[in-house]
Design a protein around this ligand. Structure first.
Ligand code: IPE
Ligand code: IPE
Ligand code: MG
Length: 258
């Protein structure tokens, strides 16, 4: 006998809704969607290509996903592009990944400006190579006045690093008498994180079949809905995004209540 778990029923419902052409409820679109863009290496390997070909394809897929997120009225799209642990990869792969923002933004930046997208980043920006920083800074500067979708790129991001960094700053501010220990609460703590000012992600998507956070948004995802797909990131498309959004809309968020 096949045991049907509630989440399987819901995923099936979303698939059936897609097949029937059921549209999304525009009132309950998640405001903040975060994606762990995983599986570039395996995508390439399955095609007999080097891993870096997967990263290139993955990068160009960002363009399409940003356009559909924007179309669906998502306010913040946070994309996990490089973790603090990804430095452990071979030097050539890391160097290739660090050149991608420059290459990508060379052709894509005018489109981002035009589409009213605002580029932001979370993570240790100073720890990036100067050419990567330059390209991203240019994108941030040119899109600063935009008020459409926030494209928030998690680059050299690690949640544990972010948490320790926040603790350092809080301790420093207590020592300098800028805040007192009694001021420290969830709200104040959140304001010391890279995501200061952003609402927590409503929906977190991870591609490639892995079902873990890999040091992504640990504090911020306390009540986030998770959605996983076996598809590799370069194959993640508008249909899958829609399926994830439909599935999200079928869920009941309780926040500990009943
Ligand atoms: C995600 O794809 C991109 C980065 C982590 C930079 P991977 O490179 O992790 O691809 P897999 O997981 O090895 O297939
Ligand atoms: C997470 O993917 C980081 C990014 C997608 C940027 P990884 O491929 O690094 O995660 P693990 O190593 O499988 O947990
Ligand atoms: Mg991976």
């Amino acid at each position: 006998m096949q045991i049907k778990l509630p989440f399987m029923r819901k995923t099936k419902r979303a698939t059936e809704q897609l097949d029937k052409g059921i549209e999304l409820d525009l009132h309950t679109i998640p405001e903040h969607v975060a994606i762990i863009m995983d599986g570039n290496g395996r995508w390439a390997k399955e095609r007999g290509l080097p891993r870096i070909a997967g990263h290139k394809e993955g990068m160009s897929n960002v363009r399409k996903v940003v356009a559909s997120a924007s179309k669906h009225g998502i306010k913040i799209l946070t994309l996990y592009a490089f973790s603090t642990e990804n430095w452990n990869r071979p030097k050539t792969e890391v160097e290739f990944i660090m050149k991608l923002p420059m290459e990508f933004l060379n052709t894509y930046l005018p489109e981002l400006v035009e589409e009213n997208v605002q580029v932001q980043t979370i993570g240790d920006f100073d720890g990036l190579p100067s050419h990567t920083k330059k390209a991203i800074q240019e994108a941030k500067d040119q899109t600063r006045g935009n008020n459409g979708l926030i494209l928030n790129i998690a680059l050299n991001y690690g949640s544990r690093h972010e948490i320790i960094r926040a603790i350092h700053s809080i301790v420093q501010d207590v020592q300098n008498s800028e805040i007192s220990i009694d001021d420290i609460n969830e709200e104040l703590y959140s304001s010391y994180l890279y995501t200061n000012g952003m609402i927590d992600p409503d929906l977190l998507i991870r591609t490639s079949g892995e079902q873990r956070l890999s040091n992504f948004l640990l504090w911020q995802s306390a009540y986030t809905e998770f959605w996983f797909t076996e598809k590799y990131w370069p194959d993640f498309d508008e249909q899958l995004l829609k399926q994830a959004l439909l599935d999200f809309q079928n869920r009941k968020r309780r926040y500990g209540g009943i």
